[in-house]
Write a protein that binds this ligand. Structure first.
Ligand code: BT5
Length: 261
């Protein structure tokens, strides 16, 4: 493990400024995102993070399941109240993706990349998933829950096809508490950058980690819609800009993306 990460580990949670200033730890929950959304509605403060050892109903996007073997992964949700427009909520996913890439890279995991919008992969195998859920009051964002699932000590056979874990990549187990501290520190740093308006810096990092570049031909499917075209760029809300074959450019904030050779 690299030196700066060992230092982060020694400092533990104390470095957290916002994310992680209050930590709630559970054994088995349905979903840390469900619990965090409930607490956020009841007024829980910004920065509170919930960790669970296991989830019976870990969720991905659009009702998909997040497989959460008990005791061998990190399942956490942070309650955030950023002053952002609702359509900028997906930038939190970008931010968290960058933070998780930095964590994995710092541990020595090679070939880490972001599969837009919310998967962190190693050589195309998914190691971490991010689920950002925002709720509004009136026309403004009231709170947002940032959920992260990281496969740490699970073996491939405990996960799903196409998944991997830190243990599978590095050949050894990690202490979940230490890793939790490292994750909070990185998340907090990225969140700090976001709150201070350094969107472009975060986007710069995102482009470095993202497995897509301008000119890649892709197909994106969401709800009952699908479009195909060439990647142009990502905007400050984390949306992808696609130039369709008729020359028009469409912005998409989430969906299932497939690269077309
Ligand atoms: C995600 O959704 O990747 C977001 C996952 C977020 C999970 C965290 S855990 C803490 C918090 N509480 C929750 O309830 N959720 C969050 P999506 O892009 O829709 O991907 C879902 C797909 O990932 C599934 O359909 C599977 O194909 C795959 N998958 C499920 N479990 C996996 C795992 N443990 N590792 C890798 N891939 C997995």
């Amino acid at each position: 493990m690299r030196e700066e990460f060992l230092a982060a580990l020694r400092d533990g949670y104390s470095q957290s400024r916002i994310i992680g200033r209050k930590i709630l730890i559970y054994d088995l929950v349905t979903s840390t995102n469900d619990l965090a959304l409930m607490l956020a509605r009841q007024g829980e403060c910004e920065g509170t993070v919930l960790f669970a050892a296991g989830q019976t109903n870990g969720r991905g996007r659009l009702g998909k399941k997040w497989v959460s073997p008990h005791g061998s992964g990190l399942y956490l949700s942070a309650i955030l109240r950023p002053r952002l427009d609702l359509d900028q909520a997906s930038f939190l996913t970008i931010c968290a993706g960058v933070a998780m890439c930095k964590v994995l890279d710092g541990l020595g995991v090679e070939n880490v990349s972001i599969r837009w919008p919310n998967d962190v992969c190693v050589r195309g195998r998914k190691i971490c998933g991010i689920l950002t859920e925002a709720e509004i009051r009136g026309r403004k964002m009231d709170h947002l829950v940032l959920g992260i699932g990281m496969n740490v000590n699970a073996s491939c056979d405990e996960l799903v096809e196409g998944a991997t874990s830190i243990k599978e990549e590095l050949g050894r187990k990690f202490d979940l508490t230490d890793l939790g501290a490292i994750i909070l520190r990185e998340l907090d740093q990225e969140y700090e950058r976001l709150l201070s308006g350094r969107f472009l810096k975060i986007l710069e990092d995102f482009r470095q980690w993202c497995d897509l570049c301008a000119g890649t031909r892709v197909k994106i499917a969401w709800a009952d819609k699908e479009l195909e075209g060439f990647v142009v760029e990502f905007d400050e809300s984390g949306r992808i800009l696609i130039r369709k074959d008729d020359g028009t450019v469409e912005r998409v904030s989430a969906g299932h993306l497939t690269k077309i050779a």
